[in-house]
Design a protein around this ligand. Structure first.
Ligand SMILES: *Cc1c(COP(=O)(O)O)cnc(C)c1O
Length: 379
């Protein structure tokens, strides 16, 4: 393929942020923030020193509330359902910590579940039950429906797009299957939001700001429906800071008392940029970039692409040729060719990965020349 869809998005994304000093193909680790996001974060921090931090926060309240609405809309929930957190990991720890499910409670997961999510389940004494999937790790809906009908777990936790594999899980169908038997569906959308459709009918969704939304680091969110918070126990009980808690939205109980408010404001700006670009058009261009990446890289220097060519994501992973060290390859690509990609170790998804993979995750501004540079460097 020799053209990508929506080149205007690539040009606008490039023009809106600092010029990269590398061929940046590592969005799945961290996206590149725009000038507007960087400036807004700096301005908020400055305003804290000028007018007082809590006054600055109050002044930003309208903007933050808009951000909650946008964020909630992207996952099909309401502004009142949004808690800002510090990261995806912090979100899942808060969720499981406050759910207080009895030790031994079973939680349905797919074979490719993210290692930290599994660790967080085990840490709470919960028991992951691996649900059926095909050889790519994609949910086997008929098989899952059978398991859920015969012996339903207390909840199902699914990572919509894995960090070690650019495959999209059938989130909408999973939500339907779960709801048919009254089991809540929790989605880790860390690699999915701003990348693929996340408005799928899940009951909980969480992610960090920094990946495909290209927001600041150290900011994340947890979005939960009221019937889920009805099952959680907030640490602070019925009192929330100095406001008692009367009339406070239910998700606020799960936010930190203090936080990187400047970063939250920056996330709101990044969300605005995502909406302005048009989430549908963004998805189409990213899918086109993913396809172009796989076409160019598969078989190069003996590296083998894992994802189907047409998988609608911009994450491509490659299995190394026999005897090639993935970590050393990533370091060499950076040092010798100025190309930034990631080495993903097997620990990331021990059940699913048989060894490390090289992960390539370009954002909207990637060019076919960038992909060709990587393809040549791999040989
Ligand atoms: C990055 C990532 C996380 C963890 O996000 P943090 O914000 O670093 O805690 C969780 N799940 C997936 C799928 C990820 O890619």
């Amino acid at each position: 393929m020799n053209a990508l869809p929506h080149d205007d998005l690539g040009a606008a994304f490039r023009a809106a942020r600092p010029q990269p000093a590398v061929v940046h193909l590592n969005t799945a680790a961290c996206g590149r923030q725009s000038d507007q996001v960087l400036d807004t974060v700096a301005r908020h921090a400055r305003s804290e020193a000028e007018v007082g931090a809590y006054v600055a926060e109050q002044l930003a309240d309208g903007l933050l509330q808009q951000g909650r609405s946008v964020l909630a809309g992207l996952v099909g929930m309401a502004a009142a359902d949004v808690a800002f957190t510090e990261s995806a990991s912090a979100s899942v720890r808060t969720l499981l910590g406050r759910w207080r499910l009895p030790a031994g409670t079973r939680v349905g997961v797919l074979p490719g579940e993210y290692w930290h999510n599994l660790a967080a389940l085990l840490d709470r004494g919960l028991v992951p039950v691996v649900l059926p999937a095909d050889e790519l790790g994609r949910a086997d809906l008929a098989g899952i429906e059978r398991v859920l009908r015969e012996d339903p777990p207390a909840l199902v936790h699914v990572t919509l797009v894995a960090s070690h594999r650019g495959v999209v899980q059938p989130g909408r169908e999973l939500a339907e299957v779960c709801h048919a038997v009254g089991v809540p569906l929790v989605l880790d959308v860390a690699q999915a939001l701003g990348h693929v459709d996340c408005d799928l009918g899940a009951d909980v969704a969480y992610a960090p700001a920094r990946k495909w939304l290209a927001g600041p680091r150290g900011v994340g969110f947890l979005v939960l429906r009221p019937w889920i918070t009805a099952q959680l126990t907030p640490v602070t009980g019925p009192e929330l800071f100095d406001d008692g808690g009367e009339g406070v939205d239910h998700a606020r109980w799960y936010e930190s008392g203090d936080a990187h408010i400047a970063g939250r404001v920056g996330l709101v700006i990044a969300l605005g940029e995502h909406l302005a670009a048009g989430p549908d058009r963004v998805r189409r261009r990213l899918a086109g970039i993913g396809r172009a990446t796989r076409e160019r890289l598969d078989g190069r220097g003996g590296w083998a692409v894992v994802e189907p060519l047409d998988e609608p994501t911009a994450i491509t992973t490659l299995r190394p040729p026999e005897g090639t060290d993935v970590r050393q390859t990533a370091a060499r690509l950076h040092a010798e060719h100025g190309v930034l990609v990631a080495a993903v170790g097997r620990e990331r998804a021990r059940v699913e990965l048989t060894g490390p993979v090289l992960r390539v995750s370009p954002h909207l501004d990637a060019t076919l020349d960038d992909l060709d540079t990587l393809a040549k460097a791999l040989c």
